[in-house]
Design a protein around this ligand. Structure first.
Ligand SMILES: Cc1ncc(COP(=O)(O)O)c(C=O)c1O
Length: 439
């Protein structure tokens, strides 16, 4: 256990384990695969505070999962909790405009370089779906180019070459799910991340039918190679193709203005999620006003109008949580602290792996990284496939036993991680690596 401190009411350990076992069994009965689809069924989280979470069995973890990213400032931050409690007491959803959603849109416009206007939705998947639709409506062309390994949510258009088991031939997409209409394969082109030459030739070849290029400017854990984003910006602008940054992960995480501020390249549109909802379901499409105008029938007429309605869009509780979160991120030193924590962790992990002679790369940027067990630098999806996946799974499992919770292939760093969390993590890494190399 990391701190020995208990979350919530202390319970007899034997009954905690029993409660946990009962929940896992119930989940297996009522949920397909026993899960919400996100994480292994044996982990049932009961509570989170700051940079730590506790499971139903009473185990404590330093949390690098962070709810898959939203909890950048930590769980149950008192200011976010207070803002949300105040909102909840006054009604939780109205469908009509509300002050908090309007203020959150204004905060996004103020912060994010490409954002002249904002449309709210409830999930990153939706945001990406509508961003692609906006590009098609604006350009009156059908095709979208995405990158192999790029994650843009769960829509039929996005689930193309996200995680192909075997490499396909660029630019043909490989659907990642059953149930995706065959006809959609013709609407998506796939290129290798960080390979400007291939993208440039695809954009030139398909310029008359290509509406947009969508990418994670930092793809999963892979930073853009020097000049890659700048080159993409130029080639898309030269051919009147829209550039869409999926900043669902990087927005307000890499800098207050997101990856577009951090890397200094401004797209035409971006999508945001995770951090802007402060732990509640809220996401957004943001971008140039002339493109965003397609969400307004009065501005573009029936022909160009993009139909988009959502029951919970701009929800006041989620918007209040987002506003309280952004308030904290705007404070002097916030990003310096986040990056200092991440740099210390990345450096320590790389050093431990090197000392034991393991073929491994620590890949990422300080707020978000992981190890790939390979001797080769990782530049794209195929580079991650060359990593030893079994070794990573064993490492993750050993870490979980040592009180470290993380996603399959990501450490999300939190502003709430303390020196004690860092120390515990480094000790857990050292001990898990010992086991890895020992057998
Ligand atoms: C880059 C990126 N885009 C889109 C999404 C989809 O967001 P959501 O899970 O809110 O639908 C995710 C989710 O992790 C993501 O990482």
């Amino acid at each position: 256990m990391p701190s020995g401190e208990k979350g919530g009411d202390a319970m007899d350990p034997a009954s905690e384990i029993e409660v946990e076992r009962g929940l896992i069994e119930k989940a297996k009965r009522v949920l397909p695969g026993g899960t919400f689809g996100n994480f292994p069924s044996e982990v049932v989280i009961r509570e989170g505070r700051g940079g730590r979470v506790w499971d139903e069995g009473g185990r404590e973890y330093v949390d690098f999962l962070l709810g898959s990213g939203p909890m950048l400032i930590g769980h149950a931050h008192p200011e976010v909790t207070a803002a949300v409690q105040e909102r909840i007491a006054q009604g939780t959803t109205f469908f009509a405009n509300n002050r908090w959603g309007i203020e959150l849109a204004a905060a996004i416009v103020e912060a994010v370089p490409c954002a002249e206007q904002v449309r709210f939705v409830s999930t990153g998947s939706e945001a990406d779906l509508y961003a692609m639709r906006a590009a098609r409506a604006f350009r009156r062309r059908d095709k979208i180019l995405k990158f192999e390994g790029g994650f843009h949510g769960m829509s039929d258009y996005s689930l193309m070459s996200l995680a192909p088991k075997r490499p396909g031939n660029f630019p043909q997409p490989i659907p990642d799910s059953a149930g995706i209409p065959r006809s959609l394969r013709d609407e998506i082109l796939v290129a290798p991340f960080n390979d400007l030459e291939v993208v440039a030739s695809l954009v030139r070849e398909h310029k008359d039918e290509l509406a947009g290029v969508i990418l994670e400017p930092f793809q999963r854990i892979i930073p853009p190679a020097p000049g890659f984003l700048e080159g993409l910006r130029k080639i898309t602008a030269d051919h009147g193709v829209l550039l869409i940054f999926d900043e669902v992960v990087t927005g307000f995480r890499f800098a207050y203005g997101g990856a577009q501020e951090y890397y200094g390249v401004v797209p035409d549109l971006c999508t945001l999620g995770k951090v802007i909802g402060g732990g509640f379901p809220l996401a957004a499409i943001a971008g140039r006003a002339d493109i965003m105008a397609h969400f307004d029938r009065n501005a573009v007429g029936d022909e160009g109008f993009l139909t988009q309605i959502g029951t919970l869009s701009g929800n006041p509780v989620a918007a209040s949580a987002g506003l309280a979160t952004l308030d904290i991120l705007r404070r002097p030193g916030a990003y310096e602290r986040l990056f200092a924590t991440g740099r210390e962790l990345m450096g320590a992990l790389a050093e431990l792996l090197k000392r034991k002679g393991l073929a491994a790369q620590v890949v990422g940027e300080p707020p978000l990284f992981d190890v790939v067990f390979t001797s080769e630098p990782v530049r794209d999806y195929r580079g991650t496939l060359r990593g030893d996946g079994d070794m990573l799974r064993r490492f993750n499992a050993l870490l979980r036993e040592r009180g470290i919770l993380k996603g399959e292939s990501k450490y999300y760093v939190s502003l709430a991680h303390t020196p004690d969390d860092i120390r515990h993590t480094i000790e857990a890494w050292a001990s898990a690596i010992e086991v890895l190399v020992g057998g």
